[in-house]
Design a protein around this ligand. Sequence first.
Ligand SMILES: [Zn+2]
Length: 392
Amino acid sequence: MTIDDAPRDALRGGPRELLRWVATGAAVSRADLSRLSGLSPSTVSQRVEALISQGLLEEAGAGQSRGGRRPRQLAVPTGGAVVGAIDLGAHHARVGALDLSGRVVQARTLPVRIEDGPEAVLGALLNEVATLVDGDPAASRGGSATGALRGVGIGIPGPVQHSTGRIVSPSRMPGWNGFDVAAFCAGRVDVPVIVDNDANLMALGAHRTAHSELDHAVYIKAGTGIGSGVISSGRLHRGAQGSAGDISHCRVVADPAPPCTCGNAGCLEAVASGAALVTALREQGVPVSDLTGVIRLIDDGDRQATALARQAGRAVGEILAVVVNFFNPQVVAIGGRLADCEPLLASMRATLYERCLPLATQTLLIERVAAGQDLGITGAAHLVIDHVVAAA
Ligand SMILES: [Zn+2]
C-alpha cells in the first residue's frame, strides 16, 4: 500500500461502503461483505444489523448455499420515495423524490424566478418535494423500511459555506447573500436538510453513477454560470469552508478583460460562462436573449457565436490545465448546457493537452458528463443518504 491509498483504505468496510457494495450488486450477502472488506464475519454482521435496524438495508430471501444453511440475501430498500432533492438553477429547478439507492422515483422541472428571493423560491420547492413524496404510495407506509422521508438535499447555483448551509456572495442571485438555507428549510421540514453548491452535486451524481471506480475526478459544470466539483480519494472534496473547486473567479488571459460581477475583471465566469456569451454577443449587436439562443447560433455555425465559444473553451482549458497539473485526476468531465457545444469542447481539449505535463495527461480521460437532467438531484440524494448512513 502506498501512502496515497491510505484515505480510501481507511474507509474500507465502513457502513457507507458496505451499503454501496450492496446497492451496486458487488455484494449480496454478509459473506460477500466480509470478503470485500477484509473485516471479520462478526464485525460485518454487527454493522449489517445496525443498517437493517435503521431501515437502510433489508433481507430479501435466501441466496445460494455453499454447503450448510442458505445465507440470507441483502438488499437496499428500493422504490420508496424517501429522499427529497432540489437542484436549483438560474431559471428552473429540478425537484425529485428518490429511493435509498439514489434512484429517481418521481421528478419534475419547475420554472423559477431567483429574484423572488429565497423564502418564496425555497418555500415553493419544498412544497413540491412534499407533494412528490406524498404522491408515492410506498412513502405513506409509515414505519416500514421505505416509509418516511429521511432528508432533503438542496443544490444552490452559488457558493455555499458547507458547515452552516449559508450562501456567501453569489453572482446573479439578488437577495440571497448570507441567506441560511439550511435553517430556513429546517423550520419547514422535520428531517435533516443538506445544502451544497450545484457543481458539487453534479460531481457527486456523475461520480456515483459513471466513475465510482475512479478515485480522483474533476467535473466542470458549464451553464449560465461556471463551476467545478472535485472528487479526491473517492470523496467529494470541499476544502475548509466549502469553496474547493470554485473556479469561477480565476483569472484568464482575455483582451479586453470583461468586468465580472465580483468586481474584478477577466474572471473565467466573465469570459466563458453562458451568461458571458450572451453579454458578449449582445455587445457585438447580435440580438440574443438567453443561453438557449446562443447554443442555437453555435449549432447553426454562426461565425461570431462560434468564435466566442472557442475563446470560452480556451479559457476553461487554461484554468483546467492548472487544476490537472496540480491535482492529477484520472478523469475530467464537462457537464451543463455548454457541454454539448462542440467548438468549446474542442478548444478546451486542445488547450488542456498543450498546457499539461505529459505525465498528467498520459492516461487522463476527458469526457462529457453523461447527459441527464437528474444528475443534480441524484447527487443531492447521495448527500442525504451518506448523511443518514453516517448518523446510523
Ligand atoms: Zn469574478
